[in-house]
Design a binder for this molecule. Structure first.
Ligand code: NAP
Length: 541
């Protein structure tokens, strides 16, 4: 038997600690290091990549076009990197992020296998003490939490997990080793963007697939052409414009809403536009279509009818179609997934759909899953059950600001942030992909993350140039931002639908729209205005 004692370790001192080495953490390191700060990134995984490191489940694929899902800060990087197709898979995304880490020598400032446990602010010094699960202590002036918005996995609380004789895997914790599905009876809970990708990939490979669906989704067929040198050359010629354009559109893509609303467009033209958007095979069907989809219930129903028709015609059995075609909420009020042969997967003899909104899951047994009607024998059970989005990753860390106030506890009373960038009461703490910014959900993620990192880096630089030890949003600034966020949110139909956008996938989480819905362009402009005013609404002392 080995005896161990927890020996207090001396704190290592930095100017900035960045938590997380995903898309924003890597760029945060790059920017803060560039301004001469001593920076350390603490990352729980064994390598960089964040989402693209953890979500290595079968079929994982990006559904933003790769040529806008990338870093813009280096022309050399843009010149040398080639995308193989429009929507590359997880292996390509992970390779790209590893290439960036190597290309810019980021690894020398990243400590892997390090999960942060707590962060405590000291009012007197204006500094943070960050403690890891292994008891390491870091003393830092700035703490940047780049912990991701959809990174804290949710595991359903069905009784009996421990009894199951097979294997249970959550998609966001998929093993690095390849899983062989041949001959296996596989069950999957969850039919969101992740579940859809797993189902269409695993269905044709396994002996039998049982899909446990609580809510059906409206998914759009992905058109995914391969890219050759000629395509890349054409993109490179557009990069100069694209890198500006993505910051001005509603959701950070190269496409934007139509000039006219659905109501302003005559019926024939509407139909032609919907057909064209559908054929594009991208999220343009959703956020490059009619803006009144999000605000006008009648318009939403018209567009929903169009999508329902498209889905239904692909499903052979009308009873299965009744379960797969959403009817209780409108198209686009939940995250729209892209799919490849997803609906046809349910035409296969080895794929079975169980509607668990009706036939409830009661328990996991030694043999499989038992519902209110029967037991489904399984060898492998996959949870594609999503995330505690927006607040989950930060709440998993014991963050204590001024007066030892816990961020997790105060967010339980009501989420508060200033533009998703910082929180009053937590000086020198910055966040990316936190609630109340488009980055939380309604954005082509790298667009918003780069904009947020640039803003944070500039804010820190400005504060240091003034000789300030602390930077913090005022209470008044935060109140005004939250009121604005809520006002815009309440104009949309998204607040009327149950989904992770509202936090309503997490038991006991008060429903609140996580993402700012004023648009990426408008958000960016407001951030720029704050900067141009000398950071009005932020106290620097
Ligand atoms: P999700 O959209 O939250 O879907 C989770 C699924 O699990 C839903 O079908 C949900 O049903 C079900 N579920 C959760 N808890 C359950 C329970 N206790 N019992 C039964 N069913 C349960 O999560 P996700 O699919 O992982 O996607 C999350 C987000 O990640 C996406 O919206 C997207 O933004 C991002 N993502 C992106 C890509 C991409 O770019 N290609 C791919 C995957 C994910 P209910 O709907 O009834 O709650």
């Amino acid at each position: 038997m080995a005896f161990t004692a927890q020996v207090p370790q001396p704190a290592k001192t930095y100017d900035a600690i960045v938590v997380g080495a995903g898309i924003s953490g890597m760029y945060m390191l790059y920017r803060l290091r560039e301004q001469g700060l001593r920076v350390k990134v603490l990352e729980a995984g064994t390598s960089v990549g964040g989402t693209w490191y953890w979500n290595r489940y079968p079929g994982a694929r990006v559904d933003s076009q790769a040529y806008v899902y990338q870093y813009w800060f280096s022309d050399e990087l843009l010149d040398e990197w080639s995308w193989p197709e429009r929507f590359p898979d997880q292996t390509v995304m992970e390779k790209y992020l590893n290439h960036v880490a190597d290309r810019f020598d980021l690894r020398e400032n990243i400590q892997f296998n390090t999960r942060v446990k707590a962060a405590r602010y000291d009012e007197k010094s204006g500094r943070w003490t960050i403690t890891t699960m292994m008891g390491e202590v870091f003393d830092t002036q700035y703490a940047a939490f780049c912990t991701g918005g959809i990174s804290a996995p949710l595991v359903p609380s069905f009784p009996g997990h421990e009894k199951f004789r097979g294997q249970i895997i959550h998609t966001a914790r998929w093993p690095k080793e390849e899983v062989d599905f041949s001959g296996l009876r596989v069950g999957i809970v969850g039919t969101g963007a992740t579940g859809i990708q797993v189902i269409q990939t695993v269905g044709p490979q396994c002996a039998h697939l049982t899909v446990f669906q609580r809510t059906p989704n409206y998914a759009v067929p992905m058109r995914n052409p391969k890219y050759g040198p000629g395509d890349m050359q054409a993109f490179r010629e557009r990069y100069g414009d694209l890198k500006k354009r993505v910051h001005r559109t509603f959701a950070g893509f190269d496409y934007d809403f139509q000039d006219k609303t659905f109501r302003q467009t005559d019926p024939e033209e509407r139909e032609a536009i919907l057909e064209r958007l559908w054929a594009d095979g991208s999220l343009a069907m959703w956020i490059g279509g009619f803006s009144d989809l999000f605000t006008d219930a009648e318009v939403n129903e018209e567009i929903s009818k169009f999508v329902r028709g498209k889905i239904r015609e692909r499903i052979r059995d009308p009873k299965v179609a009744d379960k797969l075609v959403p009817t209780t909420y409108g198209f686009g009020t939940r995250r729209v997934p892209l799919e490849t042969q997803y609906y046809e997967t349910f035409n296969r003899d080895n794929v079975e759909l169980v509607d668990i909104s009706d036939e409830k899951i009661e328990a996991i047994t030694a043999n499989g899953v038992r519902t209110s009607k029967q037991e489904y024998p399984l060898d492998l059970l996959i949870f594609a059950t999503g995330f505690d989005a927006g607040t989950g990753a930060l709440s998993a860390i014991d963050v204590r600001g001024r007066d030892n106030i816990s961020l997790k506890e105060s967010w339980k009373q009501g989420i508060r942030t200033t533009m998703g960038l910082s929180v009053h009461g937590y000086p020198n703490l910055f966040t990316t992909m936190a609630p109340f910014a488009p980055a939380a959900a309604f954005c082509n993620v790298p667009t918003c993350l780069q904009q947020q990192v640039d803003w944070i880096s500039d804010c820190i630089q400005h504060s240091r140039s003034k000789g300030a030890m602390r930077v913090e949003p005022t209470r008044d600034m935060e109140d005004r931002w939250i009121a604005h966020h809520d006002e815009v949110a309440n104009m949309t139909l998204i607040t009327k639908t149950r989904s992770w956008y509202m936090g309503s996938n997490v038991e006991g989480k008060p429903p609140r729209l996580l993402s700012y819905m004023g648009g990426v362009g408008a958000y960016r402009q407001q951030c720029e205005d704050v900067k141009a005013s000398g950071y009005e609404g932020f106290s620097m002392s």
